[in-house]
Write a protein that binds this ligand. Sequence first.
Ligand SMILES: [Mg+2]
Length: 208
Amino acid sequence: MDESSFILGVDLDGVVGDFYGSLRKIASEWIDKPLDTLTSDVGYGLEEWGLSEYGGYPRLHRFAVTQRNLFRDMEPIKDAPAVLRKLSARGIRIRIITHRLFLKYFHRTSITQTVDWLDSYDIPYWDLCFMKDKGAVGAHVYIDDAPANVKSLREQGCYTIVFTNSTNTNIPGPRADTWLEVENLVMEALDEWTTGTLNLFGAANFRG
Ligand SMILES: [Mg+2]
C-alpha cells in the first residue's frame, strides 16, 4: 500500500449519504403507503418494509436510482461533507469505496449521479472505487455501516470504524455515532500512524 500519505477508506451509503432516509421516501411512493407506515428502524435487508410482495429490493433500488435520482438527490449525513473537507485539508487522502454497482444495466447512471453528488456537496476525494471487496482497496482506516463489510474488513485486519445506524447496533466498536466522532477517531489514528504506533492488526480490531 502507498505509505506516502494516510488513506481514509470511506463508504458512501449510510455513512456520507443518508441512504436509508432517502430511500424510505422513495419506497413510500413505490409501494403507495404513507411514509409514517414505513419504520425508520430498519435492518440491513429492509425486511421491515415488506418489499417482497412488490417485486423485492432490487426493483425498488433500480426505480430509486433510474427514476428518482437517488444517488444524485440523497441528503448527506450531518457534518459529513464538512468533516471530510477538514480531514482532507490536513493531508489525509480520502478514498471513497462503494458497492453501488451491484445491480446490472444502469452503471452509467449510478456513476454519473455519484460523481455529480460528490461535487455538489464539495466532498473531497482522490480516489473513487466501485468495489465489493473493500479490503482489496488499501486504506489505513475504513469507515462503513454495513455489518458484513465491517466484519469482513476487521477479519482482514483492517482498522474499521462502524458508523452508527439501525442496521448495525449489535456490531462492536470502534464506533462513531456522528461525524464529529469520526473526526476524533481518524485524527487519533493519524497521530498513531505518524508516530508509527498505529496497530492495524491489533486484537481490538478483531472483535467484529
Ligand atoms: Mg454503506
